[in-house]
Design a protein around this ligand. Structure first.
Ligand code: GAL
Length: 424
């Protein structure tokens, strides 16, 4: 199973590199020039690029002598970037720092000896005291920490167009209590003339929606147990989730397969759909479209997941063999600083990983996320690398996308059980 995954990643890497033409040589990185930083992310366009720019601006203020080299590879949730990165790391050609998700996603890099231990960096900068324990726990592997988080995103959020809801006679201030009530509302919207009220996009957004339904039907403890082995995929709640997921899919736009997340979210911004389940990077897209919270759009936790914070964090690393190690440490210092986190998160829709945050500095949506992260049960996102290692989550993703096409519930459940037995 594992070699199949590695082969698949290598093939994807080759295609990605061919498509983007992206390589270290292309970024202008010169190992003999210490005043450079080559950073690798997947924030290439739209609101995500605005977030990266905010971070880079702060870096350039704090370290004016260092040239920022952008080695990013487009594709939401790192859909192309992860394979491109894997091939650079394999070729001993690492960038100075790369974006990854805090949690299980880092396991493969750590086991392959591709990341430097940053425990001393944490100690030198007092970082263990400024990040919350639930985050430090997800960052720590065998007592060591290998990345620095720039933010915390929430992945169980429904983004809703208020006037579309009102036109169908639904009250935007009263979210559906559970999945059944939500499906009733989807039918009400369809009856009102919105044929495809639930906006969906490409593979990873399908996986993210599925993870939301798993949380709703299993509850946070059983859902978390899927990743530790405490919950077997062979439980009733998983079968219920697959059935509920199928019912939700009856209401999605038919052109989902080719749609990046921002296009799916745009359907809600434009009033062509009522809802999109998306991580809160969508907040930045609504803001950029000039819409205001609780006016043109609103949010609520995915029905059935109220009281749960589906967590992920964008985190930056120091690869072994980074050509500009000091500049990479400077970058990590910026992203973990009060100013860096504030500039980035105001632009990105996420909340700071640091606990010394003044909630009132943030817009209305982010205030709800800050309160939820502080008070709710935190679970790890599957689609965004926190819950399972890359091989396992990408195999689940394939199985879920297959289900979206063929709708064979037993086949999906059996594959999930088999993947859990092999951990991917
Ligand atoms: C997530 C990432 C976010 C955002 C999103 C869409 O995986 O953590 O920062 O970029 O993908 O691309």
């Amino acid at each position: 199973m594992k070699s199949r995954i590695v082969t698949a990643l290598a093939a994807l890497a080759a295609t990605t590199l061919a498509l983007t033409g992206c390589s270290a040589a292309g970024s202008g990185s010169d190992p003999n020039n210490p005043n450079q930083l080559e950073a690798f992310t997947w924030w290439v366009a739209g609101s995500e690029k605005v977030g990266l720019d905010a971070l880079v601006n702060t870096f350039e203020l704090q370290y004016p002598g260092i040239e920022f080299l952008n080695a990013s590879v487009a594709g939401g949730a790192g859909s192309n970037a992860k394979a491109a990165l894997a091939s650079r790391l394999e070729a001993n050609n690492p960038p100075d720092t790369f974006q990854a998700h805090a949690g299980a996603e880092l396991t493969d890099y750590i086991e392959a000896g591709q990341l430097q231990d940053l425990s001393q960096f944490y100690a030198d900068n007092g970082l263990t005291d400024v990040f919350p324990p639930s985050l430090i726990e997800r960052l720590t592997v065998d007592g060591k920490i290998y990345s620095v988080p720039s933010n915390i995103h929430r992945a169980n959020v429904v983004w809703a167009n208020t006037s579309v809801l009102e036109s169908a006679g639904l009250d935007p201030k009263t979210p559906p209590a559970d999945l059944n009530a939500w499906i009733d509302d989807l039918q009400t919207l369809r009856d009102s003339g919105i044929e495809h009220p639930l906006a969906l996009g490409t593979d990873w957004t399908q996986l993210q929606l599925f993870e939301n339904v798993l949380i709703a039907d299993l509850g946070p403890d059983q859902y978390s147990g899927l990743w530790t082995g405490a919950t077997n995929f062979n439980v009733l709640g998983v079968k219920d989730a697959v059935a509920d997921y199928g019912r939700l899919l009856d209401y999605v736009n038919p052109d989902y397969a080719s749609m990046e997340w921002d296009k799916a979210t745009q359907l809600v911004i434009d009033g062509d759909a009522a809802y999109n389940v998306m991580g809160d990077w969508a907040e930045a897209a609504f803001e950029q479209a000039g819409q205001t919270y609780d006016n043109q759009y609103t949010t609520f936790p995915t029905p059935g997941t109220d009281g749960v914070f589906d967590f992920l964090a964008d985190s930056f690393t120091l690869p072994v063999g980074a050509p500009h190690e000091q500049a990479a440490k400077d970058w990590l210092t910026t992203i973990s600083s009060v100013d860096g986190q504030k500039a980035f998160n105001l632009a990105k829709g996420s909340i700071p990983a640091r606990t010394d945050t003044v909630a009132s500095d943030y817009p209305a949506y982010q205030q709800t996320a800050i309160a939820s992260f502080a008070n709710d049960t935190v679970v790890s996102s599957l689609a965004h690398g926190a819950a399972a290692r890359i091989g396992w989550s990408s195999e689940i993703s394939k199985a879920v996308s297959k289900f979206v096409q063929d709708r064979h519930p037993d086949a999906l459940v059996n594959t999930l059980i088999e993947l859990q037995a092999n951990k991917g």
